[in-house]
Design a protein around this ligand. Structure first.
Ligand SMILES: Nc1ncnc2c1ncn2[C@@H]1O[C@H](COP(=O)(O)OP(=O)(O)OP(=O)(O)O)[C@@H](O)[C@H]1O
Ligand SMILES: CC(C)(CO)[C@@H](O)C(=O)[O-]
Ligand code: BAL
Length: 275
């Protein structure tokens, strides 16, 4: 496994094809490991798996956790090695942004909804770094977790609308045995907050069970669970079509939830079949 920290080193590293990239902000957990394992399965033993680790300042708001975000490079490299990663790209901020970029990706209206309401500018910053990392790593496929469902949807839109010529693969959310979605931010949670955080999964599960009774029943079932929770501030619970447009009829839909547990903001989502 090769560790590269500059664009020049990355370009010079002979990463063969087919090539898959998994982009992360580090603090790797089993959700990231699942993305890396899926990447390996897809490119085969002769292909290459590239992992990027970069905490992107552009996608954090001024009062968010950019400074506090966990940085655990040594253990991240151990996970990467264990998953058979060929190449790691871990640039410094100065390497990726030698100056404040004056040209950035302008997302469509979906970036102002759901997460975008609570994190203005987040998706423009995220798409800008994803665009840069796609150019720099030039993969055949790029894998992203469904845990960040709106992010995955916007990346698919960018790649389609701007003809990036890369296949985007969504990977199902990896959960703890009790249902909590794995997330690097879970490590901020105190023991009691960790218990309270389970309400996100409980609300989604209640919503999924109510799918056969229609959209209103889904929203009611989930909101009943969320309203009963202590120590949890709900930002939104939403029911959307799989492409995050409005629900237009029966069939598959997506429930999305975001809540603050103590000082930690968590998101989760789940599919539901509507009558
Ligand atoms: N539980 C999970 N299951 C599947 N994929 C995941 C999971 N958690 C994160 N990912 C994916 O890993 C990639 C890197 O995500 P990131 O480094 O932000 O980790 P994270 O756990 O989502 O962190 P955070 O707590 O900051 O949201 C993204 O594509 C993300 O969707
Ligand atoms: C895709 C990403 C690596 C861009 O910084 C980030 O948003 C993340 O980790 O999900
Ligand atoms: N996991 C998505 C990246 C972010 O929250 O900034």
């Amino acid at each position: 496994m090769r560790l590269t920290q500059t664009k020049a080193e990355l370009r010079a590293a002979a990463a063969v094809r087919p090539r898959a990239v998994v982009m992360t902000m580090g603090a790797l957990h089993d959700g990231h490991a699942a993305l890396l394992a899926d990447a390996r399965d897809r490119v085969g033993p002769e292909g290459s798996v590239v992992l990027t680790i970069f905490v992107n300042p552009l996608q954090f708001g001024p009062s968010e956790d950019f400074e506090r975000y966990p940085r655990t490079l040594a253990s991240d490299l151990a996970v990467a090695k264990n998953e058979g990663v060929d190449l790691v790209f871990n640039p410094s901020r100065e390497e990726l942004y030698p100056s404040e970029p004056s040209i950035t990706v302008h997302p469509g209206p979906l970036a102002d909804e759901l997460e975008g309401t609570f994190r203005p500018g987040h998706f423009a910053g995220m798409l800008t770094v994803v665009a840069k990392l796609l150019h720099l790593t030039a993969p055949d496929i790029a894998l992203f977790g469904e845990k960040d469902y709106q992010q995955l949807t916007l990346i698919r839109e960018m790649v389609a609308d701007l003809d990036f010529g890369v296949d985007i693969v969504g990977v199902p959310t990896v959960r703890e045995p009790d249902g909590l979605a794995l997330s690097s931010r879970n490590r901020y949670l105190e023991e009691d907050e960790r218990r309270e955080a389970l309400v996100l999964h409980r609300a989604l599960t209640a919503g999924a069970k109510a799918g056969g009774f229609g959209p209103d029943a889904v929203l009611k079932a989930a909101r009943d669970v969320l309203n009963s929770a202590k120590g949890v501030e709900v930002d939104y619970f939403a029911l959307r079509a799989p492409d995050l447009g409005p629900v237009v009829g029966p069939g598959e839909a997506r429930m999305l939830v975001a809540a603050r547990v103590g000082g930690t903001r968590l998101i989760d989502n789940m599919s539901v079949t509507l009558r």
